[in-house]
Design a protein around this ligand. Structure first.
Ligand SMILES: [Zn+2]
Length: 232
């Protein structure tokens, strides 16, 4: 196995509501980076009926979690096929846990030794996250699911109150976004965050912190100036 050019990989550590999705979209559109979503990759493997896809499908249908080994094998295959593109990769949905992060580190060290991994931690107060998440509205049309907010500062207010700009369906609050669920999601998130940060520090991976309390444009400028030089 050969890897002849250095490639950058970004792993976000970001609570729900921090704007990871919007930042990723900008990275793809404006910087030409590529996003690797393990959720999408699972679906694609299942659709294509690959050997890994069949194993994943079997795990899901028998009500089990897809094992870390399967996910890592799938990510490894994807990297092998995408190596010649030399783009900076944003990981989405992976690694979620310390065992996954350990397996990922082993994979990189063994097969892709020229890869530079950078951890980007999006920092925002729980108070702000709670405000953002509980203000979120989602299009009730299952095929659309556009997300809006009632907060003016979000820049995501729908043109007509409670109506989707894209498909005119009614907007609703997802049960995930009610205040009690949001509190649970955040406390659950912080437990995982602490474990992952401790692990990444222990293996001396660089961790860059970005304050995301500002508008998306300001956040993205900060992102580019702090990250750009390291991976572009
Ligand atoms: Zn819609």
């Amino acid at each position: 196995m050969t890897q002849d050019k250095q490639q950058g990989i970004i792993i976000f550590i970001a609570p729900p509501g921090a704007g990871k999705g919007s930042i990723s979209q900008k990275c793809v559109k404006e910087l030409g980076w590529e996003q690797l979503s393990t959720g999408n990759l699972c679906r694609k493997n299942i659709e294509k009926g690959t050997e890994l896809g069949q194993k994943i499908d079997f795990a899901i249908k028998s009500g089990r979690l897809v094992s870390d080994d399967l996910i890592v094998a799938m990510v490894r295959d994807w990297f092998l096929m995408s190596q010649d593109k030399k783009k900076t990769i944003l990981l989405d949905g992976f690694p979620r846990t310390v065992p996954q992060a350990m397996a990922f580190k082993d994979m990189i060290e063994t097969d892709f030794p020229l890869t530079k991994v950078l951890i980007v931690q999006l920092k925002v107060s729980d108070e702000e996250l709670t405000k953002r998440l509980t203000s979120r509205l989602t299009c009730s049309n299952k095929n659309c699911q556009e997300v809006y907010s009632v907060l003016e500062s979000s820049g995501m207010v729908p043109q007509e109150p409670m109506q989707c700009d894209v498909c005119q369906s009614r907007l609703m609050q997802r049960s995930d976004d009610n205040i009690d669920t949001v509190r649970d999601r955040l406390s659950n998130y912080h437990r995982h965050e602490d474990d992952l940060l401790d692990y990444y520090s222990s293996i001396s991976l660089p961790i860059v912190q970005i304050n995301v309390e500002n508008s998306l444009d300001k956040v993205f400028d900060q992102f580019k100036s702090k990250i750009g030089a390291q991976v572009l």
